[in-house]
Every structure is written in C-alpha cells, then in structure tokens.
Design a protein around this ligand. Structure first.
Ligand code: NAD
Ligand code: USQ
Length: 384
C-alpha cells in the first residue's frame, strides 16, 4: 500500500515509517520540523542525538534499498496538503503531526491557542483534502487515552451503547480530558466522526496511552536511524523520564500520590498497531476507534518497577502535583480491538527496562538536569 506518514520526523512517526517500509509498503514522510523548533524554544534536546531528515532517509536507503519521498511543509498550509495528496496519491494517511505535550499546551494562552490551532486546523485541512480528492483514502489518526480522562465507569473503545429513559442509542464515549492538548484531540475526534457520517470518509482513531521505549528493530540498525528520546518535564513522558532519572542518580519525580493510573504501550507495539490499522482499513463511512494501550499502571507502580530494576540506589520523590488530575480513581479500559487484528503485546518487563538503561548511560552527559523538574502549573494561566 502507499502510506503517507504525517509527523514522520517525530518520536513515533519516524520508527513507524521505517516499520511500514520494512513490511513492504511504499512510504512517504511529511513534517514541518515544528518539534525540533520546540527544543530550541525550551532550550532542550533529545537525550539520544538525532540526525536531520535527509540524513535519516539516506541511511534507510543504504540499509533497505528503499527511498522514502519527503514532503517538508505545514498541515496548516491547505494548498501544501492538497498538493501532497495529489502527488503521492496514498491509500492510507497516518497522522501523527500534532503538538503533543500536555504541559506545553498549559504554559500560557499563546501555547494553548497554538496547540489547538495547529492540531484542530491541521486535521481539518486534511479531512477536507481527503474529502475533495479521494474519499477512499483511509485516515489513521493518533488520538489519546487522555481524551476519556478517568471516568468512574469502564472505558469502551470509542463508542458507548446507552439506555436513557427507556430508549437506546450508540454514542461517542463521553470525554473529560485534562489539558488543552488532550482537548485538541477530542475536537479532532468529533470532526473526524462528522466527516465519516457526512462525507463517507473512512477513519481509524487510535486512542493511544503513554508510550515508552526508544528502540525498534529498524532504528537499532544504525545510529543515524535513531528516534528521539525526551527527558525534560515538558516533552518527556513518565516511564522514559523515570528510567533516565534513575541512571542520572536523580530522584524519580512522582507527581502527587502517584496513584493516578495510565494506559501504557511499548514503542514496538505502537508501530505494529499502526501497521495493523493500515492493513485492515475501516469501511467507507466508518469512524472506528481502538484504545491503543496494552496495560495499565499507576505512576507509583511505574516508579517502583524502575527502582526495582535499576542496579543502584534510587530515590523516589513525591512532588506537589503541578497538574489538575484525579489521583485516586477507578480505571478499567477495554482494549481488545487491536489484539483481535493480531497485536501480540510486549508487556512492561524487567528485560525491557534493563535494555533502556544502557542507552541512557551512553548519552547521560547530554542531559541538562535543570530541565527535569516541572515548571508548568495547571492552576496558573501563565503570562500570555
Ligand atoms: P512528536 O512531537 O515527536 O512528533 C510529531 C511530529 O509532527 C513532529 O515531528 C512535528 O514536527 C510534526 N508536526 C507538528 N505539527 C505539524 C504541522 N502542523 N505540520 C507538519 N508537521 C507537524 O510526537 P510523538 O510523540 O511522535 O507523537 C506523535 C502523535 O502520537 C501525536 O499526535 C501524539 O499526540 C500521539 N501520541 C503520542 C504519545 C506519546 O507518548 N509520545 C502517546 C499517545 C499519543
Ligand atoms: N507524571 C509524574 N511524574 C513525571 C511525569 C509525569 O508523576 O515526571 C505523571 C503525570 O502527572 C500523569 C502521568 O504521569 O499523571 C502521565 O504523564 P506523561 O507526561 O507521561 O503523559 P501525558 O501528559 O498524559 O502525555 C503523554 C504524551 C501525549 C499522549 C499521552 C497519552 O505526551 O502525547 O497523548 O501521553 S495519555 O496519557 O494516555 O493521554
């Protein structure tokens, strides 16, 4: 299949492009390098050095014999989006290309507006381009488990069978997200569901949990193929940060009680879930939702696993939670759809965490420890 990967220079987009290419698909990559710009703005960089896109693509061609066409531009530029779809003519578009850090979206008004404008309008431009150029294109879009929040009932895969005052209906599962970033994903989901209903588009919304890990079989082939590994308090995600903090001898920064529970997924399962979604498209007019996570753990449990595996002393520090989020709550998520398509999950294991320690050890001199502590407060509206 011809697959266009939007956000293909990012943490997940790059290894996904390689995985799909490795499995025989004709893959192209689109990105505007906004993510590299946030590094400059925040004064941080990936723990593992990453090459520029042209070097990455050349390295992949050396290893695989396959050339990944690249499209450098912004999803906010509708003409660019239309021109790219016309030229590459994909069967599927995998959409990772959004601002994805909750703390970044909560810095102040300007960052909240940027996040929602970038994410919602970028996706809307894409929906229009697919709607006008080729309604057979399957949109595979990265959503997030955080769209649901932490409701006091079981979380279904996107849809809920509802009975109310003696009548029944199938409705989108109620959403209660916890940041302006997570809200942007809810707005995207509604826009996608509407275009499936109104225009007969086919779309899969992948409500993904927190990703951990940095290596896939393809990125491991050559250091020039490495994907990014974020450690800072804005873009670093919880398990990756705890592994890095352990190696640095810094305390693991558990926010609040640490009893807040999240869905997790290994980066190798992320790329495989995308392949499964691409190769098993939604029907025309169908808005299909999968919960893309493989297990649930509390933040404190994650800290305890990392601490138990690290072969040295580890301190766990409970910080005042900078976020507004429930810290004691029910959490039970249905996530069978991708397993039914063939996913065989890598669950969090001692081996996995142990394999992450050496990567951090090799690169720890690149860490600015001042960037480890949280600076963005959910209760503050910032200086906009
Ligand atoms: P990332 O920031 O590393 O990658 C996103 C890429 O999209 C970047 O390379 C960026 O430059 C590009 N981009 C952003 N806006 C763009 C625009 N307007 N036009 C063109 N390119 C643009 O993020 P990631 O961690 O790889 O996440 C990818 C997707 O997966 C995001 O949508 C995110 O919300 C979702 N997701 C990530 C995680 C996680 O733990 N990393 C978990 C769940 C869902
Ligand atoms: N947390 C800590 N200590 C830390 C960092 C985080 O206790 O040092 C806690 C947070 O308070 C939160 C949980 O860990 O309760 C997860 O935080 P995170 O930063 O790992 O993840 P989050 O902000 O939710 O965002 C990440 C990605 C985002 C994706 C989301 C999936 O950045 O793109 O959408 O995970 S989910 O959480 O399922 O919505």
């Amino acid at each position: 299949m011809r697959v266009l990967v939007l956000g293909g220079d990012g943490y997940l987009g790059w290894p996904t492009a390689l995985h799909l290419s490795d499995r025989g698909h004709d893959v192209a990559v689109l990105d505007n390098f906004a993510r590299r710009g946030y590094d400059d703005e925040l004064g941080v960089c990936s723990l593992v050095p990453i090459e520029d896109l042209s070097t990455r693509v050349a390295a992949w061609e050396e290893h695989s014999g396959k050339r990944l066409p690249t499209y450098v531009g912004d999803l906010l530029d509708a003409d660019f989006v239309y021109a790219t779809l016309r030229e590459f003519a994909p069967d599927a578009v995998v959409h990772f290309a959004e601002q994805r850090a909750a703390p970044y979206s909560m810095i102040d008004r300007a960052h909240a507006v940027y996040t929602q404008h970038n994410n919602v309008i970028g996706t809307l431009n894409l929906l229009y381009a697919i709607g006008e150029l080729d309604r057979d294109i399957h949109l595979v879009k990265l959503g997030t488990m955080g769209e649901y929040g932490t409701p006091n009932v079981d979380i279904e895969e996107g849809w809920l069978e509802l009975e109310h005052n003696g009548r029944r209906d199938r409705v989108l599962f109620p959403k209660r997200p916890g940041s302006f970033y997570h809200l942007s994903k809810v707005h995207d989901s509604h826009n996608m569901e509407f275009t499936c209903r109104a225009w007969g588009l086919r779309a899969t919304d992948l409500n993904q949990g927190v990703v951990y890990g940095q290596t896939t079989p393809q990125t491991a082939l050559d250091p020039r193929l490495a994907t990014r590994f974020d450690y800072d308090s804005v873009f670093g995600t919880v398990l990756n940060r705890f592994v890095i903090q352990a190696v640095l001898g810094e305390p693991l920064t558990v926010y609040g009680t640490g009893n807040q529970i999240r869905g997790l997924i290994d980066i190798r399962d992320t790329v495989e879930c995308i392949r499964l979604a691409v190769e098993n498209p939604a029907e025309r007019g169908e808005f299909r939702v999968f919960n893309q996570m493989t297990e649930s753990k509390s933040v404190r449990q994650i800290a305890d696993v990392v601490s138990a595996q690290f072969p040295g002393p580890v301190q766990i520090e409970h910080l005042t939670n900078p976020r507004i989020e429930l810290q004691e709550h029910y959490y039970n998520v249905k996530h069978t759809g991708l397993v039914e398509l063939g996913l065989d999950p890598h669950l969090l294991s001692d081996v996995l965490i142990e394999s992450m320690f050496p990567i951090v050890e090799q690169n720890k001199h690149r860490v600015d420890t001042e960037k480890l502590y949280p600076t963005v407060q959910w209760t503050s509206s910032g200086n906009s």
